[in-house]
Structure formats: C-alpha cells, structure tokens
Design a binder for this molecule. Structure first.
Ligand SMILES: *[C@@H]1O[C@H](CO)[C@@H](O)[C@H](O)[C@H]1NC(C)=O
Ligand SMILES: *[C@@H]1O[C@H](CO)[C@@H](O)[C@H](O)[C@H]1NC(C)=O
Ligand SMILES: *[C@@H]1O[C@H](CO)[C@@H](O)[C@H](O)[C@H]1NC(C)=O
Ligand SMILES: *[C@@H]1O[C@H](CO)[C@@H](O)[C@H](O)[C@H]1NC(C)=O
Length: 955
C-alpha cells in the first residue's frame, strides 16, 4: 500500500478516535441491556463509555456505536430487541458464538444503517423475521449454520444492495420466493453475487423466474435440499456463473440445452437427482474443472464428444449415468485430469489410456462396466486404476492390481509439516506449532463448498493455502505466528473439510481483540482462498478457551481493567486497512484494463506429460551412475534436506564435485516444477547463476545435478553459521554478483526469466565468494507476447514477496527487483526480512533519517559490517534498496540499472567491480559441513522448487 493510503488511514483512525471520546447515552444503555445476562462478556466492558473506553469489538463514529465485531467470544445468551436501539449500527458480527440462541428479534428491521449482518455458526433458531427485508443498506447477509426454520422471507428481494446472501445449513423450508406483483422475491437481487442455500429443506420447483440475464450471480448453491421439477433454462442466461450446485435434490426432467452457454462455470454439481433425457452437451463449458453428474437416470448414451473437449477438467464424477461404448484414449490426455469415476456404466472394449496421459492423474475408477481388456503398454502408471467388476477381471486367476479394490482408507492425510524442528511435548494443553513453539492456537474448520482439484494427497493446494493465509495475516498486521492445516477429508455433501490452526505471535495465547479480528476475517469472507484450487468456503470457529486477557471469572459485571482505546479501535483500524487495500486494488485493476492471458497454459499442457524436456548442455544421468558417485547415497554425502527430499554431494570420476537434489522416494509428483527447473536451467549459462549439469528421471526418481558451490548460502554467512566474515567489500561483491545473475536472467536469457524466489537462501557463494543465483523451481519464462507480465498464482517467500504482485497476481521482472531490494537490506542488516514480527522494509523506512550520518541506521546495521569504520557508499546502497522496494513496480529500477548503480557504489568504496576477486586469496571454512540448512534445500515456509510428496501406488 502506498504511503499516501497509510497516511490517510492513520489520519482517519486518529480522527475517529478523538471524536469518539464519549458514547451517546442511548447507545451505551442499549448495549448494556443487550448484553445483560450474556455469559463471557469481556471484562474490559465496564463503565458507561464503550466508545471512549475502547471496548473490545465495539467501533464508534461521532460518539455513536457503529460496529459490533464480536465473533468467537464464547458468548451465550439471546439477542433481544435492545439491539434495535443501536440505530447507527452498520456492522453486526456475532459469528461462532454457539451459545447465542433463540430467535432474531423482529425489531432488527430498525437497524436501517446495517450493511453487514453476520451471524454464522451460532445457535439461533425460529423463523428469519420478514423485517430483515427493510435493511436496505445490507450488503452482507450471512445467517448460515444456525437452526433457522420456516420459509425464506420474500422481503429479502428488496435488498437491492445485497452482495452476499448465505442462508445455508439451516432448516429452512418451503419454496424459493420469487416476485409476483407486489410481492418481492429473490429474482430481484440483480446485484447479488452469492446465493448460498445448501443444506436446507427447500422444496418445490426451482422457479423459472429466479434467474435472468440481468443477474450477476457467480455462486448458486442449492445442494442438499428437496427441490423437485426440472432445472429452468433461465439458469443458462446467467453468464457470470462460476459455481453451480444442485446436487442431492430430487430434480427431474431434461437438463436445459443452454447450460452449454455457461462458459465461466468451474464447478457443476448435478449428481444424486432424478434427471432424465440425454446427457447434456457441455462442449462449450471450457472452464469446467469439476463435474458431478453421478446417480441420475439419463438415457443410455454413447461416450459424449465433450469428454475430450473440456481442457480444464480435473474431476469427472459420472457413476451410474448410463454411458456406453469405449472411452477414447485422448480423454486421458486432458492435461489437468486427476480423478475419473465412471463406475456402474456400460463402458466396453479395451481400456487404452494411451501414453501421453495427464501427469496429474490419481484415480480412474471404472468398476462394474463391460471392459474386456486393458492395454498395459503405456509406460509407468503411478495412479490407481480400478477395473473390479469388469470382464477383464473375471478371468480366473487375475491378480492384476487393477482387479483388487484398494483399501478405502488409503488416503495419506496432509498435515502441515514441521519446519526443520523437533516438536516439543507441550504442557497444559498447549499444541506445538509448525515451527515447534508451544501455544494455544485458535482452531476451526474450513468447509470448502467446491474445489478445483480432487487429488487430496497432493500437498500443493494446502501449501498454497497456508501461504496465502500467512500473507494475508501479515499484510493485515494480525498477530499470527504460523498456521497449520490438517486432516483434509470430503464429507457426504462433497465439501472439503480442513482443520485450521492459527498460532499466536509473540505469546502463547491470543487476546480477545486478536480472536475477534481473526475470526472476522473468515466470517466476513475478507480472506479469499487461492481461486486456482478453492471455491466458496465457510468457516466454523471453535470456542477459544485461552484468552490472554480473561482471568478466570464468571458472568455479567466485569472486572475493571481498562485497555487502551487503541486496542478496541483496532478492529476499526483493520476495517480501514481493508478498505484501503480494496481501494488500492480497484485502482490497480483500472490501471490494467488490458491484460494478457496466461502464456504458460499451452506450455503446461504440452509438457506436463511424461515426455523428456528439451535441454541444452545438460545431460541425463542414470540412477546407477549417481549411486556410484554418492557412495550409494551415503549419509556422509548427505549435505542437506528439505520438504522435497535430500541433497547429496557426489564426486564424478574426474574428481569434480557435484550436488544432487533428490526428490523424496516414491514422490513423482511435482513433475512440472521439475521440468521447469531443468528446462530453464539448461538454457541459462552465466557465472552468477548456478549451473545445471544434468538430471535423473529414472526408476521413479527425480534428481537434479548441479555444480557444487562450496561456501553455502548467503543466508548462512550472514547468520554467522558458516564462519565466513562478510565485510563491506565482500557484501558489495555478493550484491553485485546476485545483481549480475538476475540482470542476465531478465535481460539476456532467451526467453527472459523471472526468478520469483530471490532470497538469501537462494544466493550461493563459491570458493571466491562469487554469488550464484540458485533454485529455479518457481521461475517463469517470459514469452515475447506477454507484454511484460504474467498473471499467475502468487508464489514466493514471505518477506521477499512483492506486495503489488501479491495484490494483482501479475508477475513482472519488477517483482524480482523488489525481492532483490529486500535482499540488499538483509545484506546490510543481517536480519531476516521478517524477524520478531518486524518487517525489514518498514523498519528501515521508519528509522531512516537522511540528514544524519549513515542515515541514522546504526542501530539496524549489522555490527560486523565495518568494525568501526564507516562503510563507504552505504547511504547510496540504502537509497538504491529503497527504490527497489517501492510500492509500485513502475517506480522500481530495472535490474540493469541496479547493476550499474552497484558498480558505481563499489567504485565509491574504492573497489574495482570488474576485478576477478578481492577475496580470492582468502581461505574459508567449508560452510556446508554440519550446517542444517543447505543452500539447495529449501526450508522457507514457501514451497519453492518443492516436490510435493504424495503416496502413490505404482503398478
Ligand atoms: C436491477 O433491477 C433494477 C430494478 O428492477 C433495475 O433498475 C436495474 O437497472 C437492474 N440492475 C442491473 C445491473 O441489471
Ligand atoms: C447461447 O448463447 C447464445 C449467444 O449468447 C445465444 O444466441 C443462444 O441462443 C444461447 N443458446 C441457448 C440454447 O440459449
Ligand atoms: C452415487 O450413489 C452411490 C450409492 O448410493 C453412492 O455411494 C455414491 O457416492 C454416489 N455418487 C456420488 C458422486 O454422489
Ligand atoms: C461396445 O458397445 C457399443 C454400444 O453398445 C457397441 O456398438 C460396440 O459394438 C461395443 N464394442 C465392443 C468391442 O463390444
């Protein structure tokens, strides 16, 4: 966010705080009577001045109470009509307070200013009052996961500003209301993007009037209701749709032909109905990722032609759909295909999966069909094929693995791995975090209502989610240390359940303010999971029993502990920050009206199969050879490890040392990263880029063979681990080498390459302390046609990640320049980019005073840099670093310019940038010996260059 927005936010924050010194008496009284009798009211809620005293979760404007953000406070009690007196209230979030029960008061309709009414996962019951339709400002209405009964109030149709409507997971009955003369209905909600009505008891037909081309819906979720009749063809008019779920109803009749017009739909669920007629034609739905048509009574039909046309398909569920004939081998070439379930059909002939099948395939389940043979001449198959119940398995003595039902509980469950540490046994009910700190995490369950993947054993989606959660928490200044995900599983509603743990930063438990802010991030859907993998979600927060600001204490009247107004107002602050980010994103969006398509989609589809990549100057090593060079991968040669596997040192017959990065045994996933790295690296040849000598792709192994770089990573040297002392001259030389490597990648490599993961652990040092850029697992080549940017899922490492890339998902060379700027700051401070919650960029920016010597940065600078002398050119170096970390990529210099300036700085410092080495006579301790972190390994919490592990049963 640029500094102007920060300033604005701070200014408005201060202003609100000053004005809100005393609370309007009516509001104070109403609030006190509302919570009178509630259990677990915060002990800071004492006195008569909620605004002035900064009550947790209460926000005010001009002495009026405007927001109550109180999710997950363990409240118990009822929501009485007192709420109606808070007439300026704009936001009410009481989510995850399971003890809040009883009906919603009808007087809630008096809260005319309400924009967000969020009561997710409480215990409310009774009918939803019709007066809710008078809250004309409402944008978010989330009443999901309660016990509401009765009909959907037709008056909701009056809420013309509604963006989000979630009534899912209740006991709602009756039909879907649509307008009729003077009666309003849901068809009027032409600004609403989300219709979430799953898991209710809605019945009757889906009214044809419900949908029209005026609507802008993206998610229409009616799964697991009791709807009947046929699906109206008006659905096909809502071109904006992305996720459509009508599964688990009693729909019958033919599907509308114009479904095919819904070209943006990623996920379509129609299984478990009574649909009849021919299979729908889906040729046009070229965004389709997930398709569920199982258990319907379609007419018998031949394998439809769209099987081979849906290029994005990952998951096809079509058990019991009366499909017959032979599956074309080209179907299995769909590049993203992961799961195919076609049980109980009449598929016949020979199963031929061809040779170029999708590298992501995980399961082909063809039980109970008429398949008479299986063509096995297709190379290595490392996924499940199930042909039980087909003629091919009925010959006597068939013991082929595909004729045996795999055990149903064979899913290896994901759990966030420990980051290179031994878990402690924690006392007092505390839990060990992924970085092995004992704490009381905030926990809950994420329920994803649609997914764009089905391989639950692939860790990539979870790792991506972890990273985006952390990025979110850190960029919103929430006190979160780490997050963990565990126990993914699909439930009977086809929701993915994922346990989330959020660990507190700097102390062993959260206070109430922190919990309310974190829970609000989910209840208000402020956090959006990576769209590449995840569809709409809901979160269920568990009761938090360990508030750091809650002494053991009973109910009602509270202990008088006044915590600063700032704490209470920080929820408000968060909102302002969010608003700022929103505004910023909108601005950026507008600035980028012209947007190229992803140039690598095509590349992916061609290369993600088993074919050997195109290499220049790198050769293929056999497994036997490498075994010999590493003395059978002996422990003595094990020089590092990471999530993906291990790094070994090897000796070629010529005596040359090599480093071998070996993916975990049995892990043949991540083939795409593997190929990205070999193909890119084999094309780059520069003395400041680590060179690839070859690879091994044999016997289920994936290994990369590099030149051996003896002095380990820059990170090790900066931390003092390697024993190499880095004086100012050496630091400049390393900065120069890294800049040269990077400038080469951006400007001379063909095609130009964006590294995407520049950081101190990826800068290796050779025997003369020449820097070499390593680890190309996340790199992206830039084609000619891309006009300088690629739209891509955000990857990288926290602390080095370009905020503009994070917000726009548009990757340019300038993202590397940002990371390089962070690296420069690391070089002079020897601090990790994020250390004890402090972000180095902000620290430097705040401490900097250009009128003072060394810019007043003495405190922050690494003490070993100059040893008493003033490092020459340091100010210029800082200036350059700060330009590299400008908020806007356009304001950052290109690498060629950075390089030139570093050369100038070196001359200023009396060095010759073109001298071969100022340090060549020095001898260094071998850095790699005994070091835990090897440069080729990657222990960062980002998953750069990783080979996601997965359990596969090879045949
Ligand atoms: C929504 O409906 C209202 C009234 O029916 C109409 O005035 C308005 O133009 C519509 N908006 C859109 C975006 O279609
Ligand atoms: C699909 O959309 C096209 C153009 O948007 C339209 O002409 C056609 O009638 C639609 N098809 C159906 C079956 O509605
Ligand atoms: C289809 O029905 C069978 C039997 O009831 C069930 O086991 C299976 O899960 C259903 N398929 C889907 C995709 O819901
Ligand atoms: C497979 O089934 C189709 C349609 O029922 C039939 O026409 C074809 O002859 C069958 N093929 C074989 C090899 O049995």
């Amino acid at each position: 966010m640029d500094s102007a927005i920060w300033f604005l936010l701070l200014a408005s924050f201060v202003q609100i705080y000053i004005i809100a010194a005393t609370t309007n008496a009516g509001d104070a009284t109403a609030l006190k009577s509302l919570v009178n009798g509630w259990e677990n009211v915060p002990h800071s809620w004492e006195g008569e001045d909620p605004c002035g005293d900064g009550w947790v979760g209460i926000g005010c404007t001009d002495s009026r109470l405007t927001s109550m953000t109180l999710p997950n406070m363990n409240f118990a009690g009822q929501l009485t009509g007192d709420i109606a007196a808070l007439s300026e209230l704009q936001q009410l979030d009481l989510s995850y307070n399971t003890g809040l029960t009883g009906p919603l008061p009808t007087s809630i309709g008096n809260l005319k200013k309400l924009t967000n009414l969020i009561l997710v996962g409480c215990g409310f019951n009774g009918p939803i009052p019709d007066t809710i339709g008078s809250l004309l400002q409402l944008r978010f209405l989330s009443l999901n996961s309660n016990g509401f009964t009765g009909p959907i109030p037709p008056s909701i149709g009056n809420l013309s500003n509604l963006y989000w409507l979630d009534l899912a997971d209740n006991q709602l009955e009756g039909s879907i209301p649509v307008s009729n003369g003077s009666t309003p209905g849901l068809d009027m909600l032409n600004n609403t993007k989300h219709f979430h009505f799953g898991k209710n008891k809605l019945s009757g037909q889906v009214p044809s009037k419900l949908f029209s081309s005026d609507m802008t819906l993206i998610h229409v979720l009616f799964e697991s209701n009791k709807l009947s009749g046929s699906l109206p063809s008006t659905l096909g008019l809502v071109k904006t749709l992305e996720v459509v779920r009508f599964d688990n109803n009693s729909l019958n009749g033919h599907l509308p032909l114009n479904l095919n017009n819904l070209t943006s739909v990623h996920d379509l669920f129609l299984s478990n109905n009574k649909l009849t007629g021919p299979l729908p034609d889906l040729t046009g739905m070229n965004s389709l990722n997930t398709l569920y048509l199982s258990n319907n009574t379609f007419d018998t039909s031949d394998v439809p032609s769209w099987f081979t046309a849906l290029r994005s398909l990952t998951t096809l569920m079509m058990d019991d759909t009366h499909v017959r004939g032979q599956i074309p081998a080209t179907f299995f070439k769909l590049p993203n295909l992961q799961t195919v379930v076609l049980k109980g059909n009449q598929l016949n002939g020979t199963l031929d999966i061809g040779s170029g099948f999708s590298s992501r395939l995980q399961t082909i389940d063809l039980q109970n069909n008429l398949i008479s043979d299986f063509n096995r001449n297709t190379g290595t198959i490392n996924f499940k094929i199930i042909l039980v119940g087909n003629p091919v398995c009925q010959e006597t003595g068939t013991r082929e693995p595909y004729c045996i039902l795999p055990p149903s509980n064979s899913l290896p469950l994901y759990s966030t791995p420990r980051k290179n540490c031994q878990p402690y046994t924690c006392g007092q009910g505390q839990i060990s975090s992924p970085i092995c700190r004992c704490a009381y995490p905030y926990t809950g369950t994420l329920f994803f209502r649609a997914l764009n993947f089905s391989d639950l054993t692939d860790s990539t989606p979870y790792e991506t989610l972890e990273q985006s959660l952390m990025t979110f928490f850190q960029s919103h200044q929430l006190p979160v240390d780490t997050v963990s995900l565990s126990n993914p599983r699909m439930d009977s509603f086809e929701y993915l359940l994922l346990k989330l743990g959020v660990f507190p930063y700097g102390q062993d438990s959260f206070n109430r303010t922190a919990i309310s802010m974190i829970a609000f991030v989910f209840s208000n859907q402020t956090f959006k999971p990576p769209k590449e993998f995840f569809g709409p979600y809901v979160f269920g927060g568990d009761n938090y029993e360990h508030f750091s600001d809650q002494p053991a204490k009973s109910t009602k009247s509270s202990v008088a502990i006044t915590i600063g107004a700032a704490a209470g107002a920080s929820v408000l602050f968060l909102l302002l920050v969010l608003a700022g980010i929103y505004a910023y994103r909108q601005k950026k969006k507008a600035e980028r009206a012209t947007k190229g398509s992803n140039p690598f989609a095509h590349w992916d589809s061609k290369k993600s199969s088993g074919s050997i990549p195109q290499l220049k100057g790198a050769r293929s090593f056999s497994f036997e050879e490498l075994k010999k060079y590493t003395n059978n991968f002996s422990e003595a040669n094990d020089i590092g490890s990471g999530g993906y596997g291990k790094v070994y040192r090897g000796t070629l017959p010529t005596g040359e040392l090599i480093a071998i990065k070996r993916a975990q045994q049995g892990s043949v996933q991540g083939g795409l990263e593997f190929k990205t790295e070999i193909e890119l690296l084999s094309r780059v040849h520069h003395k400041n880029v680590v060179s690839l000598l070859g690879f091994c792709f044999e016997q289920g192994e994936q290994m990369l063979i590099y030149e051996y770089v003896p002095n380990g990573s820059l990170s090790e040297s900066l931390s003092g681990k390697s024993g190499i002392r880095l004086d100012w001259a050496r630091r400049l030389k390393i900065a120069l080498g890294a800049a040269r490597g990077l400038a080469y990648l951006h400007e001379l490599a063909n095609p130009p390459i964006i590294h995407r993961d520049i950081k101190s652990t990826n800068i290796l040092l050779d025997e003369r302390l020449n820097a070499k850029v390593a680890d190309f697992g996340l790199s992206k080549p830039m084609g000619d046609s891309e006009k300088g940017h690629v739209t891509t899922q955000v990857k990288g490492t926290m602390g080095y990640l370009d905020p503009e890339y994070y917000m726009t998902q548009q990757l340019t060379e300038k993202s590397d320049v940002y990371s390089y700027g962070v690296l420069m700051l690391e070089i002079i401070t020897a601090r990790k980019p994020i250390e004890r919650g402090k972000y180095i960029v902000r620290e430097v920016r705040m401490s900097m005073d250009k009128t003072k010597s060394l810019y007043n940065l003495q405190e922050i600078l690494d003490q070993t840099i100059g040893l008493g002398t003033t490092p020459k050119g340091l100010e210029q170096f800082v200036d350059l670093a700060m330009r590299c970390v400008e908020e806007s990529g356009a304001d950052r210099p290109p690498m060629s310019e950075v390089l030139k300036e570093i050369e100038d700085i070196m001359q200023l410092a009396g060095m010759n940038p073109n001298a071969e080495s100022a340090s060549s006579s020095a001898t260094y301790e071998n850095a790699t010996k005994g070091a835990n972190l090897h440069p080729y390994s990657d222990e960062s919490f980002a998953y750069s260059g990783g080979f996601p592990s997965s359990n596969i049963e090879p045949y």
